[in-house]
Design a protein around this ligand. Sequence first.
Ligand SMILES: Nc1ncnc2c1ncn2[C@@H]1O[C@H](COP(=O)(O)OP(=O)(O)O)[C@@H](O)[C@H]1O
Ligand SMILES: CC(=O)N[C@@H](CCC(=O)OP(=O)(O)O)C(=O)O
Length: 308
Amino acid sequence: MGTAAARPVTEAEPPSGAAPCREELRGRTVVVKFGGNAMVDAALLEAFARDVVELRHVGLLPVVVHGGGPQISSMLDRLGLESRFEAGLRVTTPETMDVVRMVLTGRIQRDLVGVVNAHGPFAVGLSGEDAHMLTAVRRRAEVDGRLVDIGLVGEVVAVAPETVRTLLDEGRIPVVSPIARGDDGQIYNVNADLAASALAVALGADRLVVLTDVEGLYADWPHSTEVIERLTAAELGELLPGLASGMRPKMEGCLRAVRAGVARAQVVDGRVPHALMRGICSENGPGTTVVPDERPGSEGPGGKEDGA
Ligand SMILES: Nc1ncnc2c1ncn2[C@@H]1O[C@H](COP(=O)(O)OP(=O)(O)O)[C@@H](O)[C@H]1O
Ligand SMILES: CC(=O)N[C@@H](CCC(=O)OP(=O)(O)O)C(=O)O
């Protein structure tokens, strides 16, 4: 497990320009989770859109899964409704679910589709409800070793990635809202990190990149901002139960992804312009990288991809 001191978030990054991305990633699928906390201003949203389009131009196949937790909370607040979380998951009443759906699919997804499409007819917005893309069952949250009811929160149990794949084949950039449908037609609120992870696995993606509002996974949060640069699935599995709220589903998503065949999962600072492009295309990307465990006879954790 490698660590590094945090970089200042205000540091100006060079624009990625038309920098070539690593040749071995050409034609590979990359699932990018854009967290609500990383959507802090219009300039960053625009930089994100440019990066996603640029990834497509250099031959990768990006799929965006968006969050919007802070935006949902602020709308609930305006409506006089309570926001409550257990183990990083929003306690979701039927009334809350209406607001979640409205904010995620009706506003955030539309905003993202709009900024990407300023560059051409690339983005198509979808909800996990569409064409049975994400099927979920109701889940509970584990709090102090007890399972507690958190309402209409879903655990994704099946993914039908064909619609997303068809859009990718057409040269589009799918933008997916983390909402799922139960077999009985019930609509569930799904944490966006876990939705992105499930979709990455089902698509056989090469990468999962999670953009958030910190430099990566801090080794001793909130006491220090020393970032864990790289860790294996086994190392992450040991840390996971002790992680605090926001990072818990994020790192759980990364762990599930690498355990199910995604070659690398990264947590990157979405407040830094062009962090996405740098995270994917540079040899030593910023933030925290999770790699699969070393297999006997492989060239290191993650096998050949590990050279990345
Ligand atoms: N070990 C940790 N390292 C970094 N951030 C952490 C850690 N534990 C908890 N956090 C919190 O998790 C937050 C990110 O999660 P979250 O707020 O859900 O973001 P997002 O909207 O991007 O999903 C950080 O802003 C930080 O406050
Ligand atoms: C069950 C659950 O917690 N769902 C999340 C969905 C949005 C999300 O995950 O947004 P971020 O990635 O910005 O946190 C919520 O209601 O806030």
